[in-house]
Ligand binder design. Structure first.
Ligand code: NAD
Length: 326
C-alpha cells in the first residue's frame, strides 16, 4: 500500500469512529471542526485520485446506521445531506455552477441552518401518523411517540391534506442549560451540546424522557415534488406548511443574487448568538422546483442547495459551581 492509500485508510477509520460516537451514541469525541477537517482532507484526496473512492467511504454516506431499538422506516425519497461552503468564494462558485447549468439567474431562499437533527413528519388526511429520523438517509427510525411530545408539532393540520414535512428538531438553549444544570446537581456527565442532547432525547425508548427535554422543531421542506400540494417553489412550500399550522422559521429571505445571499450570511454571522436556539450556518436553496429538478443530485446531496458553515467559534467552557457541602 502506498502512502496515499495508507492515509485514505487512516482517514476512513478516524471518520468512522468519530461518526459512530456522534451519530449512534449522540456523544461526540471531537469537535465538529476536527471532523470537518478530516472529511475535507479525504474529499480532496478522492477528488485528486478518483480510483481511491470506495463505496463505503464516509464521503459517500449520509448520517448513521439505524439503531435496533426502533422500527425501521424507509423514506419515500432519500433524506440527503448538504454540500458545504466555508467562505465567500465557495458561495460564488456554487452560484456560478448553478448559472452554468440552468443558464439563468435563479432566485435563492436563504434559511438559518438549525443545529439539531433531521426529522420527517408524515401527515395522512391532516393527522400526524409518523415521525422518523433521517438515519442513513434511506432508512430511518420510527420515533413517532417521541415526536408527539414536541409541542410545536401539530398533531392535526388545518386541512385534511396528506403530506410529508421535513425539518430540524432541536433543543432550545434554555432547555439545554436547564438540563445540564440538573445533571450537574445529580453529579452526572454534562451533555456536549444542544444538537447531541436533542438527538439523544429523541432516540430514547421512553417517550417520557423525550417529553421532559422540551424540544422544538422547524420544518424546512416538503417531501416529494410538491405536485400534490400544487406547489412549484420552495418559498411556496414554506408558506403552505405555515398555513397548515406547521412551525416554519421566520428568519427566511428570498435573494435575487449571490450578493444578497452574502449579505444575509454576513448579517447572521454577526447575530447568530442572539437567537434562543443554536444555528451552525445558513442554508441556501434554489427557489424554483423546475430549476431544482434540472440541477439534480449527487450521491449524497442536492446540487440546488448548499450549507454555508460558520467558522468554528472559540469553545467557551462554562464552569458550573456545585455545592459539595452537604
Ligand atoms: P450538515 O449538518 O452539514 O447539513 C445537512 C443537514 O442540515 C440536513 O440534513 C438538515 O438536518 C440540516 N438543516 C438544518 N437547517 C436546515 C434548513 N433550513 N434546510 C435544510 N437542511 C437544514 O450535514 P449532516 O450530514 O447532517 O452532518 C454533518 C455535520 O455533523 C457536520 O457539521 C459535522 O461536523 C458533524 N459531525 C460531527 C462529528 C464529530 O465527531 N464531532 C461526527 C460526524 C458529524
Amino acid at each position: 500500500m502506498n502512502k496515499l492509500e495508507e492515509r485514505v485508510k487512516e482517514l476512513h477509520k478516524l471518520l468512522y469512529d468519530y461518526g459512530y460516537a456522534y451519530y449512534v451514541l449522540d456523544d461526540p469525541i471531537v469537535p465538529d471542526a476536527v471532523y470537518d477537517q478530516y472529511l475535507h482532507e479525504l474529499i480532496a484526496l478522492e477528488e485528486q485520485n478518483p480510483n481511491l473512492i470506495l463505496p463505503d467511504s464516509p464521503t459517500q454516506r449520509v448520517g448513521a446506521v439505524v439503531s435496533e431499538g426502533f422500527q425501521k422506516v424507509t423514506h419515500t425519497s432519500p433524506m440527503l445531506s448538504l454540500s458545504n461552503a466555508f467562505n465567500e468564494e465557495d458561495l460564488r462558485d456554487f452560484d456560478r455552477r448553478i448559472q452554468s447549468i440552468i443558464d439563468e439567474t435563479p432566485t435563492y431562499v436563504c434559511e438559518l441552518k438549525i443545529d439539531g437533527l433531521a426529522v420527517s413528519l408524515l401527515y395522512e388526511e391532516g393527522r400526524l401518523v409518523r415521525g422518523a429520523t433521517r438515519g442513513d438517509g434511506t432508512t430511518g427510525e420510527d420515533i413517532t411517540a417521541n415526536i408527539k411530545t414536541i409541542r410545536s408539532i401539530p398533531l392535526r393540520l388545518r386541512d385534511t391534506v396528506t403530506l410529508e414535512a421535513r425539518g430540524e428538531a432541536y433543543m432550545p438553549k434554555s432547555s439545554f442549560m436547564k438540563l445540564n444544570e440538573e445533571r450537574a446537581e445529580r453529579g452526572e456527565i454534562l451533555l456536549a451540546n444542544p444538537r447531541n442532547a436533542a438527538a439523544g432525547s429523541l432516540r430514547q425508548l421512553d417517550p417520557k424522557m423525550a417529553a421532559s427535554r422540551n424540544l422544538s422543531m422547524f420544518v424546512y421542506g416538503l417531501g416529494g415534488d410538491g405536485a400534490e400540494q400544487n406547489v412549484e417553489q420552495h418559498s411556496e412550500a414554506l408558506k403552505f406548511m405555515k398555513e397548515q399550522g406547521l412551525p416554519t422559521n421566520k428568519e427566511t429571505r428570498k435573494c435575487k443574487s449571490v450578493e444578497e445571499v452574502l449579505e444575509f450570511v454576513q448579517e447572521w454571522t454577526a447575530k447568530r448568538n442572539d437567537l434562543p436556539y443554536e444555528i451552525d450556518g445558513i442554508v441556501i436553496k434554489v427557489d424554483d422546483y423546475a430549476q431544482q429538478e434540472e440541477l439534480g443530485f449527487t450521491a449524497k446531496s442536492p446540487r440546488f442547495a448548499i450549507a454555508y458553515k460558520f467558522p468554528a467559534e472559540e469553545v467557551v467552557t462554562t464552569i458550573i459551581d456545585v455545592d459539595l457541602t452537604v
